[in-house]
Design a protein around this ligand. Structure first.
Ligand SMILES: C=CC1=C(C)c2cc3[nH]c(cc4nc(cc5[nH]c(cc1n2)c(C)c5CCC(=O)O)C(CCC(=O)O)=C4C)c(C)c3C=C
Ligand SMILES: [Fe+2]
Ligand SMILES: [Fe+2]
Length: 335
């Protein structure tokens, strides 16, 4: 019998790109109080009467562009990573994949894992950076489920690993097919967050430095913004980039009070100042998804060209990269 269970978690994706399935996904996602952290009534009104009704059909059209014959890339690659990780970890480990939203859901997957009586469970979110809206939400759901078990196994929750050398090397290797000298500028575009999400990490209620490029300290260790800048500094060093060669930016905002600078505005500004080719890294996304393939690869490309640029080259997500599998393997073995 296998002794250690590994629960690999990703965000989740609609069951299909139909408007009904996208609506149901957005409904579950945006009603999460760690994602839309407003008082209950305000969240219900805003999400269920404003955002979801207006967004579902529009998002469904974008999901239809993203969908391949293998379905959603996020789910396809998450499953593949789980299989490869299971193969490489050997007989003492068994890897299970769950999604925070939609399928396969965390409660169902944990119910299967419970029956297998693991002596230890390692929970490994596929988010290198901690954010309450991603890792926090997934780990909370795991704890909510496991707290009801009569026999609670040893439990290890991995909160973040953005500075793990294997993770960084995998990204650098992913980019190795591009010659940095061919590009006018490099962007490191991370998923955005409402600024208050970042502020809430700090006891006194404010991200120490709103324009933070700050070092990681015990106070800021779970500041998503700080960890994005730290990731960028580490990657830039490995890539041999000077500070003037790159810009850190944040994409996918839902309103104006999100982390800045906004990626789409940076793309526009770089085109207007004469850049023709941009190389874009997206280190917060470990699998191809709507926010990389469509938002960066398609929407930003259009913005760039409209303003005088030529080509936005996205550095593909890690997906099933062997060094990424190796990184996950070591994270499990070290924990
Ligand atoms: C308040 C809204 C949102 C927060 C906060 C948020 C944080 C967050 N999201 C990811 C990763 C992904 N998000 C994806 C899609 C997506 N995200 C939001 C909103 C928030 N995300 C929406 C409404 C959507 C759906 C698409 C749309 O309608 O625009 C995806 C892609 C999923 C896919 O199926 O391809 C990912 C991945 C992280 C890591 C994060 C916190 C840092
Ligand atoms: Fe998101
Ligand atoms: Fe901060």
């Amino acid at each position: 019998m296998k002794k250690i269970g590994v629960l690999l978690i990703n965000l989740g994706t609609p069951d299909s790109p139909s408007t009904a399935d996208v609506r149901s996904y957005l409904f579950q996602f945006l009603n999460d109080p760690r994602v839309v952290d407003l008082p209950w009534l305000l969240r219900k009104i805003l999400v269920n009467l404003v955002i979801v009704p207006f967004r579902a059909a529009k998002s469904a059209k974008i999901y239809q562009k993203l969908w391949t014959e293998k379905g959603s890339p996020l789910l396809y690659y998450s499953k593949k990573v789980a299989r490869l990780l299971d193969d490489t970890l050997g007989d003492d480990y068994s890897v299970h994949l769950a999604m925070r939203y939609k399928n396969p859901g965390i409660p169902d997957v944990l119910a299967q894992m419970k029956k297998l009586n693991y002596s230890r469970i390692v929970v490994l979110p596929m988010f290198p950076h901690y954010a309450s809206a991603s890792t926090g939400s997934a780990l909370e759901m795991v704890m909510e489920e496991i707290r009801t078990w009569w026999a609670i196994p040893e439990l290890k929750l991995i909160s973040q690993y953005y500075d793990n050398p294997d993770f960084l090397d995998a990204i650098v290797d992913r980019a190795s097919k591009y010659d940095l000298n061919d590009y006018d500028h490099v962007l490191f575009s991370y998923h955005g967050l409402p600024t208050r999400h970042v502020d809430k990490v700090y006891e006194e209620g404010l991200c120490a430095d709103r324009n933070c490029v700050h070092e990681i300290t015990t106070d800021s260790q779970y500041c998503y913004k700080a960890s994005c800048f730290a990731t960028t500094r580490l990657l830039a060093e490995k890539l041999g980039l000077e500070e003037s060669d790159y810009t850190v930016c944040f994409q996918s905002r839902l309103d104006k009070n999100w982390l800045e600078p906004f990626s789409d505005k940076v793309v526009e500004a770089r085109a207007k100042q004469g850049d023709k080719k941009l190389l874009v890294f997206s280190p917060a996304f470990t699998a191809d998804c709507l926010e990389t393939v469509i938002e960066i690869g398609d929407e930003y490309q259009q913005i760039f060209v409209k303003n005088g640029g030529e080509k936005i080259q996205l550095v593909e997500s890690l997906n099933d990269h062997p060094l990424w599998i190796d990184c996950l393997k070591k994270l499990v073995l070290d924990n």
